[in-house]
Design a protein around this ligand. Structure first.
Ligand code: PLP
Length: 387
């Protein structure tokens, strides 16, 4: 065996033992991590092919200028495909903004709050990220909590009608899917005088979303779009150009709109992966087809959880998330054993958020139906053995 081969083997075994990421690579494993999350397998394969194709010349898509025609082509494709698969209305821009979802909790008020004479915005607080958005908003004006579900442990989506909207609010902010508590909106507020703003990080492109109902939709990349640290932001044209004077240039949405998201260097890798993700969605038959598949996957798990009192799904049945399935074991003392067994059998990333504990299966677009079926079988088997 030559030295290079030996080196490669050593790297592989050590990589497997210690894990480049701290966990061993398991054959036939399924990753239910809440995010960053598993990519659709064909997308991951095309990323590998791209890097392999340029191993010799060092000029893969992440090694060339962001102004290079090849990268511009990728970015333009991503925007065009996003418009196509979501049916985005003409007057909405598609922007790739730095800093992930949480940065938009600052960018949204910086860009919009100046439109309110009293610098007021409304927030619906339905979970952890909704709360963080509201706290960030309070740095720039009055961030009024107009409705929420804290009193019931964030187990549901409250009723929100026009009367909840402060009359002079610059926007009404909501979280379309609550990643930590596993709830989602089915009917968004109607007749609110202020533009609606949605943090759609954990359900973007998992279902159809009528962007025309929203002034702004934003989503961190790392759950359904690609690698972390960028956000996809759609903004209605009339909402541009109102940023507070102190807004950092690179948080001003009008700068992104004017430069085609190329005022400075975006995460070119993330945009590349997004373009592949969108192609994959189109090839699945578009968002309607993806939505059907996701509903079927979620139903498999909820049916298994509802079958026995051994498990306790935590979300109100009318507001259950399709992408984050959150539950507890009726006998909480079995949770550790459940998670360890699951991990050993190749079901990764199932521990609930550290604030709530319990179990969470995140089932984004990238999770294949077989993975969900295997987890459902495991749930049944574990309940039979230990119930
Ligand atoms: C994951 C998540 C975030 C945090 O995203 P970052 O990109 O880490 O800022 C915000 N909101 C929701 C709904 C999320 O699921």
């Amino acid at each position: 065996m030559d030295r290079r081969q030996a080196e490669a083997d050593r790297w592989r075994t050590e990589g497997n033992r210690r894990g480049v990421s701290g966990t061993p690579e398991l054959r036939g494993a399924y990753n239910f991590s809440a995010g960053p999350a598993t990519l659709p397998r064909p997308v991951a394969r095309r990323v590998r092919e791209e890097l392999a194709a340029h191993a010799g010349d060092g000029a893969s898509i992440i090694e060339i200028s962001h102004k290079h025609p090849r990268f511009r082509g990728v970015l333009d494709t991503a925007v065009a495909l996003y418009r196509e698969v979501t049916g985005l209305p003409e007057e909405h821009h598609v922007l790739f903004v730095h800093g992930g979802a949480r940065m938009q909790c600052a960018a949204v008020p910086l860009n919009l709050i100046g439109r309110s004479p009293t610098r007021t915005a409304g927030y619906v607080v339905t979970g952890l990220f909704a709360q963080q958005a509201q706290r960030e908003g309070a740095r720039y004006g009055t961030a009024a909590i107009v409705a929420g579900s804290r009193d019931t442990g964030f187990d549901r989506i409250p009723e929100v009608t026009a009367r909840h909207c402060p009359p002079d609010a610059a926007f009404l902010h909501l979280t379309s899917n609550n990643t930590v508590y596993g709830t989602r909106w089915n009917d968004f507020p109607r007749d609110c005088p202020a533009p609606l703003v949605a943090d759609a990080t954990s359900d973007i492109l998992s279902r159809r979303l009528d962007h025309g109902r929203f002034g702004i939709v934003y989503a961190g990349f790392q759950k359904n779009l690609g690698p972390s640290s960028m956000a996809l932001v759609t903004v209605r044209d009339d909402l541009l150009g109102h940023a507070l004077p102190e807004t950092p240039r690179l948080l001003d949405y009008s700068v992104y709109a004017a430069s085609g998201s190329l005022d400075n260097t975006p995460n070119t890798f993330a945009v590349f992966v997004l373009s592949l993700t969108l192609e994959w969605i189109r090839d699945q038959g578009g968002l309607a087809a993806v939505e059907r598949t996701n509903l079927a996957k979620a139903r498999l798990l909820y049916e298994e959880l509802d079958r026995t009192a051994f498990y306790r799904p935590t979300a109100h049945p009318d507001h259950r998330s399709v992408t984050n399935i959150v539950f507890r074991l009726a006998d909480e003392s079995l949770t550790g054993e459940f998670l360890a067994r699951a991990q050993a059998e190749g079901f990764l990333g199932l521990a609930g958020h550290r604030l709530v504990g319990g179990v969470r299966a995140s089932v984004y677009n990238g999770m294949p139906q077989e993975g969900v079926q295997a987890l459902a079988d495991f749930l049944r088997e574990f309940a039979r053995e230990r119930g």
